[in-house]
Design a protein around this ligand. Sequence first.
Ligand code: NAD
Length: 716
Amino acid sequence: MYQGKSIRMIPLADGFAELSFDRQGDAINKLDSLTMTEFGEAIRLIAGAKDLRGLLITSAKDAFIVGADITEFSALFQRDAAAIAAVVSARTRMLSTLEDLHIPTVVVINGAALGGGLEIALCGSLRIMSSQAQIGLPEVKLGLFPGYGGTVRLPRITGPATALEWITTGKTVSATAALDAGAVDEVAEPADLRARALALLAVAAKGEIDWAVRQHVKRGPVTISANELDALIEQHQAKARALRAKHQPAAAMALDLMRAAIHEPRDSALQLESEAFGNVAKTQAASSLVQIFLNEQTVKKIGKTRTKGSRPLQGGAVLGAGIMGGGIAYTSALSGVPVLMKDIAQSQLDLGMGEARKQLAKQVKSGRKTEAAAATVLNGIHPTLEYNGFHNVDIVIEAVVENLQVKHKVLCELEQASSPGTIIASNTSSLRIDHIAAALQRPGEFVGMHFFNPVPVMPLVEVIQGSYTTPEAVATAVNYCIKMGKTPIVVKDCPGFLVNRVLTAYIRGFLQLVIDGADFRQVDRVMEAFGWPMGPAYLEDVVGLDTGSHVCDVISAGYSERMPPIANDALRLLAINKRHGQKNGVGFYRYESDPNGKPRRSDCEDTHTLLAALQPNGKREFTDDEIVDRMMVPLVLEAIRALEEGVVGCPAELDMALILGIGFPAYLGGALKYADWLGAQELVSRADALTGLGPLYEPTDTLRKMSLSGQSFYKP
Ligand code: NAD
């Protein structure tokens, strides 16, 4: 009946037909432009086929339809809101043709039906779902809301409470939950799904289910009183606010839209949805979150390619059972790679094992692991004071104290104790890989693996390629990260690598603000309101002011022209005064344990007295915008320099490293995405306005050229 590249339609017995999504040459079905065009053609054919009795809509893939093709969003979202609205409106009207067919339609949700996939399913007269499938409208996670009728059709099927909940949270739900909510009519085991679907279609075609009335009801307004609706919306608004949705307005915009559209008949409600979608697509959050999604795919692909030539990873080892070594050993065992964990102190080994036990107990308690599985993980960590067994492992990660002499000594011992070919990685946070490699006999097998604290939680690992590091060593390190469920980003060996280097430019912006008279609490408030999980003073308190000050020193030494040492900066001053931050109860702020043992921050008057000594001109008021620019401009410019120097391969890797490594605000998408949002011209003009603050605020020549040519870091 119809054969396209995404859709096939065949006649079935008894006057029925089957429309099957089956994208050629792809493992999944998604709603790209081609699929939408073919779908429109197929539905028009059905609408004209007067002798048909019913239509079955199926997927030939494991998932039903995973959603829209997000790679097409960037180009679409370049257009103005009205043009975007026109595109989605045409597609939504086409889906209404399916909803308005003269025959019953049964949608067979055999696997995930997400976003546009579910929106198509909602047009059917009846839905049957595999017990193993999941459905949901996750658009809000991309800074959007459903644009193919989801905000209109779901409340008409499930009632507004469920629809508001699903749309504002973006959650995916199981078959049981979908059935309970009334989003699907039946749930079947996968083996029975097709037979049950055909039976349902036959019953509907005989008129034993009043499908036509159900479709008619979907064309009217939702029945809910204004008061009930207000109460529901208010409840969800509170949730949206609690999620710090200030910079991610999609959920709030969806609520406004649904409030306006719910009492309208379907077609005008759909029109409102299309218009609102045009607006949400133009928000900074949507642009950034879509870019992050694409960047995740890019980074995954690069990572996979980078594993080529890796050693097999049958066993690993960690030197040092401290905060980092313990975390790495635990994460390795958790991912199924057994690991030797060596320390020089039994007490540290006990501490490392104790931490692993604690983590596993939590997993057992929450039901994520059985006792037996937890025991297997624990048995995968072999604590030792000796080098026995080290000649049998594929990779060793060194995580001993941050001291070049100690690392040289330990790594030379390790070279003796391990076999040639074993990859040796250092988790150094501030030493150069080449400087460590200088003492080694096999520098080619040496690579950096910079994990972040706490290791089990933090997703990023910077894999540092020194001048001698072989591709095999990089491949093995990258492979190990991926096995551990981490995101590796390969960077060149430079002071601070990528993340700490870029972060330090930002912290220097903060230190200068304090010297120029800013109140650090205001800076924290402003940067938190701007979207950072914590302001810079609070962040340094959490990192530890001694550590933070050391990182600044290392980076100053590495980039002395641009980031010369600051004679008496706030981090150093506080560290000298033995105020190390959260770990000893006082830094910029004071910390006391709350009843749950969590540190509670409070103001500390002495800090202001201490810092006054750094402020030659006393206190000064800064506007919020000044603070943001003085902090963000150096960060963005340093990121641009790192990209230009080839420290990292592409904008996607750079931005993902910042998102995953330092909690860079997601709605900005990363430093380079933020630069693109501002535009090179605007960024240069903001930097030029701050040029008196030193060379850290000086745009690169390339950026100046981009500002003239209108170029961007990402393809528009
Ligand atoms: P830590 O002090 O908690 O642990 C260091 C461990 O190394 C101690 O258990 C110590 O007994 C052990 N050790 C010392 N000499 C040893 C030797 N010869 N053989 C075996 N073990 C030995 O330190 P940490 O915070 O885990 O840091 C370790 C490394 O990780 C450092 O290079 C640090 O810069 C880096 N790092 C730390 C963090 C962090 O936030 N803590 C983050 C990223 C990277």
